[in-house]
Each structure stands twice: as C-alpha cells, then as structure tokens.
Design a protein around this ligand. Structure first.
Ligand SMILES: NC(=O)c1ccc[n+]([C@@H]2O[C@H](COP(=O)([O-])OP(=O)(O)OC[C@H]3O[C@@H](n4cnc5c(N)ncnc54)[C@H](O)[C@@H]3O)[C@@H](O)[C@H]2O)c1
Length: 246
C-alpha cells in the first residue's frame, strides 16, 4: 500500500505543485481546499491519478474532521501532511484591523494546527508533517504585520510539535519560501514590489512553485528521517544577503 498524504491548499500554487510531485513519487494524495472551482480544476488536472478532492475551510474543526475521515476511509491511514492552505495581505500596521489580524491568524496558524491534530488522530505507523512559513516570518517586510506574525507562529508551532511528538514517530518540519510565482503573489505584488523583491534576492528572481515543492517533498520523505523541527528556507538567498555586487 502506498503512503497517504493530505495536502491542504492543494488546488493552487505551491500546494498544487506539491501534489504533482507526490503523485509522481508514488504517494496517494487527498487535496483539501476551500475553493470549489479550484478543486474542480484540480480534478481535471489530476484526472485518473491516485488523488481525491475534498472541500473544507481549514479553520473549521468540524469540516476538517469530516474531510480527514473521508481521506483516511478512501486512501488509508495518513502518513504525510502538507499544510499549504493560507492567505496573505499587504496592509500597513496602522491600517490593519483586529478583525483582519484575527482572520489571518485563524487561517494560517490555527488552521494549520487544526489540520496537524486531525492528521495525528488518523495517522498510520509514522507521520511526517511539513508546514509552510515564509521569509516574512524571519524578516520584517512591509505590510506583513499579521501575515508575518502568523508565519512566525507556524515556525514555532512546528518546533514545539516536533519536540513533543518525536517519541510517537512523528516528524514535523517547515519550509519558509521567498517570493514564488503563484496566484496568491500575482494578486498581492505590484510591479514596484516585484522590482524590490528581485533586487533584494541574490538569485534575482521569484521561485517557481515546483522549486518549493521539491523542498517540501524532501522533508516529507524518509530521506529526511533524522530531520525534525527544521525550517528549510527556500528564498534564492534573500535572508542571507547583505550588500550585493552592483
Ligand atoms: N507564493 C509565495 O510567494 C509564498 C511565499 C511564502 C509563503 N507562501 C505560503 O505558501 C502557501 C501557499 O501559497 P500559494 O502562493 O501557493 O497560494 P495560492 O493562493 O496559490 O494557494 C493557496 C490555496 O489555499 C487555499 N485556501 C486559502 N484559505 C483556505 C482555507 N481557509 N481553507 C482551505 N483552503 C484555503 C486557496 O483556496 C488556495 O487554493 C501559503 O501558506 C502562503 O502563505 C507563499
């Protein structure tokens, strides 16, 4: 029997590229996403493959319990989880309402937590979890007061869960991407933003979703069997850069 992964946010962007990669390496995959239209498109894209498509809002515990039950019934006990579902906003701190702050924390941080607990309750002999943080968790980027806080929370949540769950054959790791060409970013970044990001990134460009999916797939796989609690930064050099050659 193949390994079974749930990929939240698997209908788009980094999640979708991860689904492609996992299917290609023999995983059975359940995509969990809130976007019904996106799920229909994913269903067409992955037609005939070992993949199921489930609609849920990851911040809703009942909906998450229902779709994780359905994933385990259809595919078997869960051995992998990628929590890619998330939202981003670029809003100055002074203009960020408490309501928007709560919404971003609720989806990006609490939603990821709810999904990890749901996977733990339906896990096979082992479980490997990969969460998605961001370089906005590691550097202060404009407009990211709530988003950056949510992603810094994801990184620390990963570390605590990795430590507590290691004796139960559970690994929990994190990938922190730099800018990636996805629908989320095409909505968020203006042309001026794109120039700034490229100028501050030694590799001088955005990542393709597949370049993040390969980092996720590595941490998820047994190749990373002695790695837990780690945050793998995939950012074209953004977080290490100082003064760059002109
Ligand atoms: N694209 C980037 O530059 C970048 C950089 C760093 C981190 N990230 C993170 O990577 C992850 C994926 O981002 P992406 O760029 O692929 O975005 P995306 O918008 O292309 O995909 C995100 C998916 O998550 C789903 N989703 C959103 N809220 C949901 C909810 N409440 N319940 C269920 N599904 C929900 C969306 O429907 C969508 O299909 C996010 O957590 C994002 O914060 C992205």
């Amino acid at each position: 029997m193949s390994d079974v992964a749930v990929v939240t946010g698997g209908a788009s962007g980094i999640g979708q590229a991860t689904v492609r990669r996992l299917l290609d390496t023999g995983w059975s995959v359940a995509i969990v996403d809130a976007d019904g239209v996106g799920l229909e498109e994913a269903e067409a894209l992955f037609a005939g493959e070992d993949c199921i498509f489930l609609q849920a809002d990851i911040s809703d515990e009942d909906e998450v319990a229902d779709v994780f039950d359905r994933a385990a019934e259809a595919l078997g006990a869960i051995t992998g989880l990628v929590t890619s579902a998330g939202i981003a906003r670029d809003v100055p701190a002074e203009e960020t309402s408490a309501e928007l702050f709560r919404q971003i924390l609720d989806i990006n941080l609490v939603g990821s937590f709810i999904c990890i607990k749901a996977a733990l309750e339906r896990m096979g002999r082992d479980l490997s979890v990969v969460t998605i943080s961001s370089i906005s968790a590691l550097r202060a980027n404009k407009g990211r007061v709530a988003y950056g806080a949510s992603k810094a929370g994801v990184k620390m949540m990963t570390e605590v869960m990795a430590m507590e769950l290691a004796p139960k054959r559970v690994r929990v790791n994190c990938v922190a991407p730099g800018p990636v060409e996805t629908p989320l970013v095409s909505e968020l970044h203006t042309e001026a933003d794109r120039r700034s990001w490229a100028a501050l990134t030694p590799q001088g460009r955005y990542a393709e979703p597949e370049e993040i999916a390969s980092a996720i797939a590595f941490l998820l796989s047994p190749d990373a069997s002695y790695i837990t609690g780690h945050t793998l930064v995939a950012d074209g050099g953004f977080t290490v850069a100082g003064v760059m050659p002109g």
